[in-house]
Design a protein around this ligand. Sequence first.
Ligand SMILES: [Zn+2]
Ligand SMILES: [Zn+2]
Length: 159
Amino acid sequence: MATSMAEHHAVRLAHAEAHAALHGLSLTPLRRQVYEAIVASERPIGAYEVLDALQPQRGRVPPTTVYRALDFLLAHGFVHRIESKNAYVACCEVGVPHCSQFLMCDGCGATVEIPGDAFAGQLSHSAPAHGFEVHRQIVELSGLCALCARASRASCASA
Ligand SMILES: [Zn+2]
Ligand SMILES: [Zn+2]
């Protein structure tokens, strides 16, 4: 299990590096380490948790430096920002421009990215009919993942 997760992370890192090389994006050691910390996290990770994750490798890094690295990763589609949690998740399709929706578990924090331009387009195109001009579009759904839903059903049944 641990090995397959590590392999999964390695595949993501290799893919991100290939994407950076292809587009002349400079994935500096710090940006790479910030990205690695986000990939390694099972749930959305905030800037200060990224700082903690970097500490063993780099010591104390100024928060502004981490914020700049996060801005870079965000601008080039390596990560997405989960607005409601002020945290970041690794994108599941680096290099393919897309809109995404997110399913977020209230129990364990697990977050699933659902890429899909069709739904996002439908939503944003319906706005002008209401005389509304969209500046930012974020769709985040909260609930329970399969594991947490099963656990909560089990505890209800035993209570
Ligand atoms: Zn994505
Ligand atoms: Zn869960």
